[in-house]
Design a protein around this ligand. Sequence first.
Ligand SMILES: Cc1ncc(COP(=O)(O)O)c(C=O)c1O
Length: 324
Amino acid sequence: MSPTWPWTGRPHRLLASGRQALAWLVTGVMPPRARVLCPACMCGSVAAGIAAAGAEAVFYSQDSALHPRWDELAAAPADAVLLVHPLGRRLPVAPVRALKRQRPDLVVVEDISHTLLNRAPLIGVDFAFASLRKLLPVADGGVAIDCRGRPLPEAPPASPAPSPFVRKRLAGDPSAEDDLDAWGGPPDGIWEGTLRALAALEPAALRRARRRRYRQLAELAAGPDVVPLWPRLPDGVAPLALPLRCRNRHDLRRRLQREGVAAQPYWPVPEAARDAAGIPGRLLAGTLLLVMCAPGGQALGTGSGVRPARGRAAAPARGGIARA
Ligand SMILES: Cc1ncc(COP(=O)(O)O)c(C=O)c1O
């Protein structure tokens, strides 16, 4: 496999999905029924991985850059914290290191699903995991990484035949996502076909392609009422999506669709995030359009490949922490 994947040279386990990789970490390295701090604004499937491992998701609020409110994390009674690097932008290193110094008891897990192709995808405090199909042109896959260099528990071996999820996904059947949403059982091995595809991919070339695409999309979407949320694309970042604020995201979405460009009119946050103060829930629901930066990942087989999260969580207290 390419020497530049973030798991190369670190103890890791490959499983069939991101949520399974997360469940694997929760079961393997956290105390039973752990309390895991999670960003209120994240994909609900992540909460599914936590619940499947018998742990409890407790939501924290974020600022408009989708960064945690670090003080809140330091004070929260919990066993672990999940940090999601959003849409290709890695969270800043200093507050993560400071948090670990303040709270050495807190297990830090980074979700690198959106930064996998970055030159520097993770901070590397304790553990990381990713959904491979979010950013890469593969049909399934999740990876759990131990950044401390210690061995992880064994995971199921790679499966020689595609799972029903993968078969449906390759056939473009949108109900594949329902299968994964309903998942709650034992973890599955990654498909061997995905491993072969991974070995053939070149992360640096994919990163360049995504950066080119981001710029093309920004030009295509430009208009008097369209404002890029993050106009600068930092060096080394392979973006998952181009987030745009616009007066009417449905009009813009239709305009882009006519050009053959997939865009998502919502961010699939858990119900918990929708009304929370202190997180950009209203912003995301009201004015934001995510234009997916294919090539690779996300759109393979199932349209946008993303569905709104089902409500599995209670709303956080205003600007504070809430239990799932
Ligand atoms: C940031 C992030 N992490 C993890 C996941 C879960 O990955 P998977 O669908 O492979 O279980 C998703 C969405 O699916 C996601 O958006």
